[in-house]
Design a protein around this ligand. Structure first.
Ligand SMILES: C[S@@+](CC[C@H](N)C(=O)[O-])C[C@H]1O[C@@H](n2cnc3c(N)ncnc32)[C@H](O)[C@@H]1O
Length: 271
């Protein structure tokens, strides 16, 4: 029997599936010396850990003003992301100590998600998870029943190392989309994919839509593929297509806006 539709995974890769970044992630997962500094490596900061000082200040302002969080509490929540992997820490206006601007982004996003879900988010699935930083911050703010990570296999090993090294308290599964992980779980309450689903080629997005997005009650994705559906040279789903495909989907501004035409896509629930 021939399969009616197949995807050539080798020809269908995201920008980050470029050899150098996954190889660095693999090295960091296996070698303690690389792990101790990976968040500063140029092959890593091209893909993640590049939140600017200006963006960091914008996230901090929102966390303080809108979410009324005190500086002590901010430093306490960000603690697990301030040292491991030797991230660049920046001195921001009005803060007594240097801070991880990427950590501030994860905290602002976690607070936005908490506003949508309340205190219990249920079973979470994340697509394109970096080293697991967003999950670690969410875990401190919200009750999570289970967490499923989907990323490239090399990156998955790094996520595992980082998560095991942290005080992450939720039971978790880590997988690639090709693995037969769906016996374990095949539906979720909440899906997250920030600057990740939007970087994937259309054929791979299609797989994630069928296997995960359509199997999730609610979703939250920060998109950097613009209105027409393009990341760099990679063509993928447009805003209009996603609004048609996903149940109860809505588009919002990315706040703060970190790149022209970025947007927040949510779906599910009653919105
Ligand atoms: C720009 S990073 C964003 C990471 C994280 N969401 C954040 O907000 O910091 C893109 C992520 O997508 C992952 N990725 C690349 N190709 C992927 C694929 N085919 N399936 C799942 N994740 C993928 C990368 O390894 C990386 O973790």
């Amino acid at each position: 029997m021939f399969k009616t539709k197949s995807v050539n995974y080798k020809e269908c890769k995201s920008v980050s599936d470029n050899g150098e970044y996954p190889e660095l992630a693999l090295k960091a997962a296996l070698d303690p010396v690389t792990f101790s500094v990976f968040r500063r490596h140029h092959n890593y900061t091209r893909i993640l850990e590049h939140v600017s000082r200006k963006e960091g200040e914008q996230y901090l302002n929102i966390i303080r003003r809108e979410y009324k969080m005190k500086d002590d509490e901010i430093f306490q929540i960000l603690k697990p992301l301030m040292k491991v992997g030797n991230p660049k820490l920046l001195r921001l206006k009005g803060l007594s100590n240097k801070i991880s601007t990427t950590g501030l982004r994860y905290l602002k996003i976690a607070l936005d998600i908490k506003k949508i879900t309340g205190r219990n988010i249920g079973n979470v699935v994340e697509i394109g998870c970096g080293y697991g930083g967003q999950a670690i911050i969410l875990d401190q703010l919200i009750k999570i029943e289970s967490y499923t990570f989907y990323d490239l296999w090399q990156v998955n090993l790094l996520i595992k190392r980082f998560i095991e090294d942290s005080n992450f308290s939720t039971t978790y599964t880590i997988s690639t989309i090709k693995e037969d992980s769906f016996k374990c779980r095949n539906s979720w309450d909440f899906c997250i994919s920030n600057y990740a689903f939007s970087e994937l080629p259309k054929a791979i997005q299609e797989i994630y839509i069928n296997k995960i997005l359509n199997k999730t009650k609610k979703g939250f994705m920060l998109m950097n593929s613009g209105v027409s559906g393009k990341f760099g040279k990679i063509k993928n789903h447009s805003q209009k297509e996603l609004l048609n495909i996903l149940r109860n989907a809505s588009i919002y501004n990315e706040i703060p806006l970190t790149h022209i035409n970025n947007y927040l896509l949510t779906w599910g629930g009653d919105n």
